[in-house]
Write a protein that binds this ligand. Structure first.
Ligand code: CA
Length: 363
């Protein structure tokens, strides 16, 4: 024992000597980096810009962990560039980072859809399994390689809600002619079922719904929807989050800037983003459970899932829309196949683990 202890001490002393000798190189590496990060969301937006796991929280964590060696100045939508120009701002190097959702960039590369949300996709646990251990982040970087950017998940809303409807939905036929605010891929699916799809920015949803310009609207979930006042304009709140089962926030980074960061600062960014991914979703669980209780108890909101026949029709139209998208682009097909083969295995496991717990144990 004594011999071992001595040898350990001797080893420790030698390691100390090496560290001392290496010190000048370490000092040289301590450059300070001042970065800019834009966002698709306006200053003060809960979850996206402010609060646990938000863009400003990410910047704060990076600054604290790096001892001030990497400072990220955060700009809300419209402060430096308009809401949906973060992709081009990062690509051109105007800013080093952007905080948004990759499905805003489907006009640049359709495969980006899969890194935010795909209808009838995976939940928070499943998508993180795909990202961190199933090759999802590698594919994300492959999709952005031609644009000179890298990306990683840095937030998640958890499951979203179908949305607010002025009239009850009992059959697929009730969707026909309905004017609904619903962006993205889900909008295409609804359009196939006869919905008159409207795309409005967040701030315009409430007045449009209240005045009857639209009959239904999707936004996020109980906390964010209540903040817009949507419960004052429609009574039926359909809960099935078929269209966005775990919506991912994206940290988009200029690759040349990323490669200039020392490895320890890269690790700090990766760890801060992973922390925000979990912490933001945790915040949503608390905020949404409080808000949903308030909506049902105090505002007479009728919250219920969509009828099964409607879900079945939405699923069948989703399959058609996705089949058309993957037929047009080999990279989208590659991402689609990776995502859905991971999901198939995850679903089988989830059925006998998490789902079984909810059904048989929780009561
Ligand atoms: Ca949404």
């Amino acid at each position: 024992m004594e011999t071992n202890r001595r040898s350990f001490l001797a080893h420790g002393a030698a390691a100390g000597a090496v560290a001392t000798l290496a010190a000048p190189a370490v000092v040289k590496a301590q450059s300070t980096f001042n970065w800019k990060m834009t966002s698709a969301y306006v200053k003060g937006s809960p979850f996206y810009m402010d609060g646990p796991g938000s863009a400003t929280d990410l910047a704060r964590r990076v600054e604290v962990m790096s001892g001030g060696r990497l400072r990220i100045q955060v700009f809300g939508a419209g402060e430096l560039v308009p809401a949906f120009e973060g992709f081009d701002a990062v690509r051109s190097g105007t800013v080093e980072m952007n905080h948004a959702n990759s499905y805003f960039w489907t006009g640049k590369t359709f495969a980006a859809q899969y890194f935010t949300a795909v209808p009838f996709g995976m939940n928070f646990q499943g998508i993180n399994g795909w990202f961190y251990d199933g090759g999802g982040i590698d594919l994300w970087n492959e999709v952005y390689a031609p644009f000179g950017m890298v990306a990683m998940p840095c937030g998640n809303t958890g499951v979203q809600m179908t949305g607010w409807f002025k009239k009850e939905i009992n059959t697929v036929g009730d969707l026909k002619g309905l004017k609904m605010r619903i962006p993205g891929l889900a909008g295409k699916v609804y359009a196939n079922l006869g919905v008159d799809v409207k795309v409005l920015p967040g701030g315009e949803i409430f007045p449009a719904l209240e005045r009857g310009v639209i009959d239904a609207a999707e936004f996020v979930g109980p906390f964010q929807d209540r903040r817009l006042g949507l419960h004052k304009a429609a009574k039926f709140y359909y809960t099935t989050g078929w269209h966005e089962s775990a919506t991912v926030s994206e940290l988009l980074i200029n690759r040349a800037a990323w490669q200039k960061l020392p490895r320890d600062l890269q690790a700090i960014v990766e760890n801060a983003a992973a922390a925000c991914n979990v912490i933001s979703e945790a915040w949503c669980q608390k905020a949404n459970s409080d808000a949903m209780e308030d909506l049902v108890r105090n505002h007479k909101v009728v919250a219920k899932p969509l009828p099964e026949a409607v879900i079945k029709a939405l699923r069948s139209e989703t399959d058609k829309v996705l089949a058309e998208s993957i037929a047009k682009d080999p990279l989208t097909r590659k991402v689609h196949d990776s995502y859905f083969s991971f999901k198939a295995k995850y679903d089988r496991w989830s059925e006998i683990s998490e789902e079984a717990y909810h059904v048989t144990v929780r009561g």
